[in-house]
Design a protein around this ligand. Structure first.
Ligand code: GLU
Length: 339
């Protein structure tokens, strides 16, 4: 009984310290706050992006009393839902999925707009990458009809883009193809083993999954998306843009030139419940050390402070906003994102 009481007392005291830490981190010097970033499969680009953020911020762990950890997850949709549930503090989310969550569309049609979602910044562009076996007879997008295709797990971003594009082409993904719902990390091996004909993956380039898929025994290629599918989708949705997959990264693929497709952006999201000081410190470390950050993954080569403020839909978190005001970057932020 006594032991129980003592344990209870220690518990109460630590809860008080936790609360104090949440309010004023610098007054409780010994306490470190842990936050987690939800990413994607380990062979994608979200996972190393989370790694890059944590590396940059954790260098200052002692100063900030903050430690960033990274979790491999099912992708964009999973990350939004985990942030909203309070299971994750941060997540990397496709710009398309951020838009849909904020407006209560697609996966969020029943739940409604995710009003607690907040944006911080964006990172690399991601293109819808369709990889098919050379021996499958899939040469054009329309050839996907009747084939066995991994369109992605339900928590992923790519599943939404795959369904949008197939629907735009008049292909019913439930009836006209044999659709798999596996994680992207499985796709390369499944394609190489002949267990699927093709897969969709919305991802930055270069990345490990596509390298693995194009470097095996089975010869594979990227399926080009025709303008007849790209243009109506780009017109309909502000988060889509036309883009090309640079084949220089994948010498094993059979394509001879860069491949047209649709692109979105990887964005950095959080919840309005995450304290401003945490979001401020992380934003500041990313932007103040952008040149170092960019060296951490080749997909970051195109990043500039200005283009990292595009592709956002949810209001900017107050902690990030504080940094953008201080640094003068606020002039690049649309008024609609400042709430
Ligand atoms: N875009 C993918 C998704 O939202 C993840 C890509 C990656 O992990 O780099 O699920």
């Amino acid at each position: 009984m006594k032991r129980f009481k003592l344990g209870f007392l220690i518990g109460i005291v630590s809860v008080c310290f936790l609360a104090m830490g949440a309010m004023a981190p610098n007054t409780v010097s010994a306490k470190v706050t842990f936050v987690t970033i939800g990413t994607g499969g380990v062979t994608g680009v979200y996972y190393p992006t989370g790694g890059a953020i944590s590396k940059i911020v954790n260098k200052k762990s002692k100063q900030y009393h903050l430690k960033v950890t990274v979790e491999s997850t099912g992708g964009s949709v999973f990350n939004v839902n985990a942030i909203m549930a309070g299971d994750l503090e941060f997540g990397i989310v496709e710009s398309s999925r951020q838009y849909q969550a904020w407006h209560g569309e697609k996966e969020w049609a029943k739940k409604g707009p995710q009003k607690a979602l907040r944006s911080i910044c964006s990172f690399h562009p991601e293109s819808v990458t369709i990889v098919a076996g050379d021996d499958t007879g899939i040469n054009t997008f329309m050839d996907l009809k009747g084939k066995h295709i991994n369109i992605g797990n339900p928590g992923s971003g790519q599943r939404g883009e795959a369904i949008d594009m197939l629907t735009q082409a008049g292909i019913d993904w439930k009836k006209d193809i044999k659709a798999e719902g596996m994680k992207a990390v499985e796709s390369a091996q499944m394609l190489q083993d002949g267990r699927i004909d093709a897969f969709f993956y919305t991802v930055g380039h270069p990345n490990g999954s596509i390298k693995e898929a194009t470097a095996g025994k089975r010869k594979v290629h990227f399926v080009p998306v025709p303008d007849s599918i790209i243009m109506p989708l780009v017109k309909k949705h502000s988060y889509f843009a036309k883009a090309f997959i640079p084949i220089k990264f994948y010498p094993g693929a059979s394509n001879k030139s860069d491949v047209p497709t649709i692109a979105v952006k990887a964005t950095f999201c959080t919840s309005k419940k995450v304290p401003a000081w945490i979001v401020y410190d992380i934003t500041k470390e990313i932007f103040d050390n952008l040149e170092t950050f960019k060296k951490l993954h080749p997909a970051f080569g195109v990043l500039t402070k200005q283009n990292m403020l595009t592709g956002l839909t949810a209001p900017i978190h107050p902690g990030a906003l504080k940094y953008y005001k201080e640094s003068g970057l606020i002039k690049y932020i649309p008024k609609s994102l400042i709430k």
